[in-house]
Design a protein around this ligand. Structure first.
Ligand code: UFG
Length: 338
């Protein structure tokens, strides 16, 4: 297939492009480098020994998006593009609603106009809201979120689903749990701008000396060690989930289907610190601070639908996640250059 990867320079996008190329697909990337760097694409090209066509523009521009679809023939789209910082979305909700919805509108319109009817969309476990029993199952209703970023995922799922049902599309909505890790080469990985919001990049920046210590957000939750538990998934397993979805999308009976991408096994914050120290030999100084607003005690996936219907399951351990994150971070202490 010729796959248009929207947001292909980002953390999950770049790893997925490597796997798409290795599986023999043609890839074109569109990215505006709002939260990514051109170096990531150059490194993906080096890893795959190939040239990857790259279009640098904002997908919220419907004319540019239309022009790209008029010029190229795509068989499928994987839509990673979007803002993703939960806290920022609370401060600047319009930025999130505008960007994360307009980009989808442009893509869906161009896909409909040009008869491109396969779409894999980056959704999130955040759509399960605060009330879902754990582990989360795709059948859970109502979908909701506690922040504007999460609502853009709920709204995208609704809009994309309606368009799929009306227009003969086939859509896989992939609900990610907590993506971490990096390519085994250590040449591509997660490169957050500013102070990391998420646990794993914060730990690895402490390890490499960019930050003094980690703050553990609360140790008085009703969990085994008192800290929150999450379903961390290696980005390579996540990328493989996109390939599996793409390869099974024509067999889907329903026009739109959601799939959890997680391991099904939760790990606590303290458990992750310990695993990182064991895998890397680097001590992680930390202090316990107050709870972070909005954090749930425990979230993890029931990944059985993706296993049964896509033939996909995770292969990487928590140790792999830590070792691979560290290989990337220690080789690229400041992230990507440029
Ligand atoms: N944590 C800390 N210290 C930090 C950062 C995080 O203790 O410096 C803790 C958090 O309190 C939480 C756990 O580490 O208990 C994981 O936090 P992350 O921010 O890494 O991940 P979240 O589960 O909060 O967020 C993820 C995704 C979001 C998504 C959200 C809800 O990153 O995109 O799940 O599904 F919206």
């Amino acid at each position: 297939m010729h796959v248009l990867v929207a947001g292909g320079a980002g953390f999950i996008g770049s790893h997925t492009v490597v796997q798409l190329k290795n599986a023999g697909h043609d890839v074109t990337i569109v990215d505006d480098f709002d939260n990514s760097k051109a170096t990531a694409v150059a490194r993906v090209e080096a890893l795959t020994d190939s040239h990857i066509p790259l279009h640098v523009f904002d997908l919220c521009d419907p004319d540019k998006t239309e022009a790209l679809f008029a010029a190229e023939r795509f068989d499928a789209v994987i839509h990673f593009a979007g803002h993703k910082a939960v806290g920022e979305s609370v401060q600047e909700p319009l930025k999130y609603y505008k960007n994360n919805l307009d980009s989808t509108f442009s893509l869906l319109r161009a896909m409909a106009t040009h008869g491109v009817r396969r779409l894999v969309f980056s959704s999130s476990a955040t759509v399960y809201g605060d009330e879902s029993p754990q582990p989360s199952q795709e059948t859970y209703r109502p979908l909701q979120s506690s922040n504007p970023y999460g609502w853009t995922k709920v709204m995208n799922e609704q809009i994309i689903g309606d368009v799929a049902r009306a227009g003969g599309f086939k859509v896989a909505l992939l609900r990610y749990f907590n993506p971490v890790g990096a390519h085994a080469s250590g040449t591509i990985g997660e490169d957050p701008q500013g102070i990391p919001n998420n646990l794993m990049p914060f730990i690895s920046q402490v390890a490499v000396g960019r930050r003094d210590k980690l703050t553990v957000f609360g140790d008085d939750y009703d969990t085994a060690d008192g800290t929150c538990e999450r379903d961390y998934i290696h980005v390579e397993d996540l990328a493989a989930g996109h390939l599996a979805a793409l390869e099974h999308i024509d067999e889907m009976v329903e026009p739109v289907r959601a799939f959890n991408l997680g391991t099904g096994v939760p790990t606590s914050v303290l458990g992750m610190i310990k695993a990182f120290e064991t895998a890397t030999g680097v001590p992680i100084p930390y202090e316990v601070g107050p709870r972070r607003a909005g954090d749930l005690p425990v979230t993890f996936a029931d990944p059985s639908r993706a296993r049964d219907e896509l033939g996909w399951q995770t292969a990487k351990s928590i140790e792999d996640m830590c070792a691979d994150t560290w290989r990337w971070q220690s080789a690229n202490p400041q992230g990507y250059p440029g």
